[in-house]
Design a protein around this ligand. Structure first.
Ligand code: BES
Ligand code: MN
Ligand code: ZN
Length: 499
């Protein structure tokens, strides 16, 4: 990841291969703020270019100029943030900084300076600009034999003297930790399934725990059997890869260790072929990303280790593949869950809820104050909310409220769906306590209703991230591939949790 630094200097003196200036529509229309400040040193060239290109600062639009030695930076990039709106301004800034970093990368710039806009609170703007730029500079190029140069240094430009302002260093440091954790999660989501196997995912979690001073426990097939996780065992049976059950823990010293924990559960199917209910080819290609929930919850633990909250936080996942094969579980099999319930398998492609059910009932035994699961669970959720919004479900209360509020602060899109009681009957089976699929309509909700059967009395929220976990299109600070969603929401949730 690129290095992040804060520089207190006038914009026209900022040294860099490229200086990016995020601007709102009104600044460009009225030629105010940074546009006015840079137009003088550029001898009126900036105003003329803005007019000639009809640059109106629409969100994520750009205007690139060569500065011909008139500024400290070789090139100037104006990046639009759209109209100034209460509430969405920091996310518009993150997106603009992300666009700037991607443009800098494509232009071959090694050093990127980004002007931190005023009027949004300097510390908050430093954090948002830093996060956006570091995330926008990300790309997954490990398997390219011809790699393009990367942005190596991101310089956040604030007014001279302001660099020593209250909280600035801390916010920049937090931006770095959050971005590093997100890039870690993105890398795992982007890895091909032969590299990111269940045991490799467990090793990656162990390495993160070691580097962050966290505890990590890894369990194999015999211990999973001993825990009675018949649903987890059913899903993994068709695979040649061994399953892993992983727990990464932050436990504070002293009395805080005895407080009730926050427990985060991630879906960790390292490849979802659908099993015997095999997916069509096109739907299978992205199914290396079916462990994005686990990547996000474990990545969030890296930030938790940095934040050191006064209560325990655990991230847990059950990792396996969902494969067809001679030993695979079959439609019509009846599985026995760790909490004793029996489940008739009606579709082996509804595997995530089976593994999660067993891991959730195990997590519920940790007596969590808040239990949050994160899963690429249903295509139906993508139909409901689109590819950029995650669904939040759960009973009314502080956990769901905390998640929705945390998402708002983080800039990630989360929208609540109901746990419609009348849909529960779709999960009734003639041969077992439950079946693992309902009808087509309301599929995101019936999946959540299935999970609820395994949460005991824990205060619980479920996040379906099938849409925003990965993206085929670059946008804002998202590169193609894994996005890291909802890692930043989880971080804000833990920061806001009173325990
Ligand atoms: N991993 C998929 C869900 C998914 C779909 C994630 C698209 C990301 C993008 C999940 O295991 C699945 O296959 N769900 C089925 C459930 C159905 C069989 C009830 C689905 O959504 O089709
Ligand atoms: Mn599936
Ligand atoms: Zn799946």
């Amino acid at each position: 990841m690129a290095a992040l630094e804060i520089r207190g200097t006038a914009l026209h003196l900022a040294e860099a291969d490229l200086l990016a200036v995020p601007v709102f529509g009104d600044e460009v229309r009225a030629r105010r703020g940074a546009v006015a400040a840079l137009d003088g040193p550029l001898g009126g060239h900036l105003r003329r270019a803005v007019a000639a290109e009809s640059f109106a600062a629409r969100a994520e639009s750009t205007l690139l100029l060569h500065t011909l030695g008139r500024l400290g930076a070789a090139r100037l990039l104006l990046v639009g943030m759209g109209p100034r709106r209460d509430g969405g301004a920091l996310e518009a800034l993150r997106a603009a900084a992300g666009v700037a970093a991607r443009a800098a990368g494509k232009a071959g710039a090694r050093t990127l300076a980004v002007a931190v806009p005023d009027g949004l609170g300097l510390a908050a703007a430093v954090r948002a600009t830093g996060e956006g730029a570091l995330l926008g500079a990300y790309r997954f190029d490990r398997y390219l034999t011809k790699r393009k140069p990367r942005v190596e240094r991101v310089r956040l430009v604030v007014p001279r003297g302001a660099e020593r302002g209250p909280g600035l260093r801390e916010e920049a440091r937090l931006a770095e930790v959050v971005a590093a954790a997100t890039c870690w999660a993105r890398d795992l989501v982007n890895e091909p399934p032969a590299a990111c196997t269940p045991s490799a995912l467990a090793r990656a979690a162990g390495a993160l725990a070691r580097e962050s001073g966290l505890r990590c426990q890894v369990r194999g097939p015999r211990q999973i059997a001993a825990l009675g996780m018949g649903m987890f065992q059913g899903v993994t049976r068709g695979s040649a890869e061994e399953p892993r059950l992983v727990k990464v823990s932050w436990v504070p010293k002293g009395a805080g260790a005895r407080r009730r924990p926050v427990v985060l559960v991630g879906k960790a199917i390292t490849f979802d072929s659908g099993g015997l209910s095999l997916k069509p080819t096109e739907s299978m290609v992205a199914m290396n990303t079916d462990m994005a929930g686990a990547a996000a919850v474990v990545g969030a633990m890296r930030v938790v280790a940095f934040l050191r909250p006064p209560f325990p936080v655990h991230a847990v996942f059950g990792a396996c593949e969902n494969m067809p094969g001679g030993r695979a579980y079959k439609p019509s099999d009846v599985l026995r869950a760790a909490n004793g319930k029996t489940v008739q398998v009606t579709n082996t492609d509804a595997e995530g809820r089976l593994v999660l059910g067993d891991v959730l009932s195990w997590a519920a035994r940790m007596r969590p104050a808040a239990l949050v699961d994160v899963a690429t669970l249903t295509g139906a959720c993508v139909v409901a909310l689109g590819q950029t919004t995650a669904a939040a479900m759960g009973a009314d209360g502080p956990v769901v409220d905390g998640i929705v509020e945390a998402a708002r602060r983080s800039g990630e899109d989360v929208w609540r769906l109901p746990l419609t009681a009348s849909l529960r009957e779709q999960l009734e089976s003639p041969v077992a306590d439950l079946k693992n699929t309902g009808e087509r309509w309301g599929g995101a909700i019936t999946a959540a209703l299935f999970l609820r059967e395994f949460t005991g009395d824990a205060p619980w929220a479920h996040l379906d991230i099938a849409g925003p976990s990965h993206t085929a299109k670059e946008r804002g600070y998202w590169a193609k591939g894994g996005t890291g969603v909802p890692l930043r929401t989880l971080v804000e949730f833990v920061r806001g949790w009173k325990g």
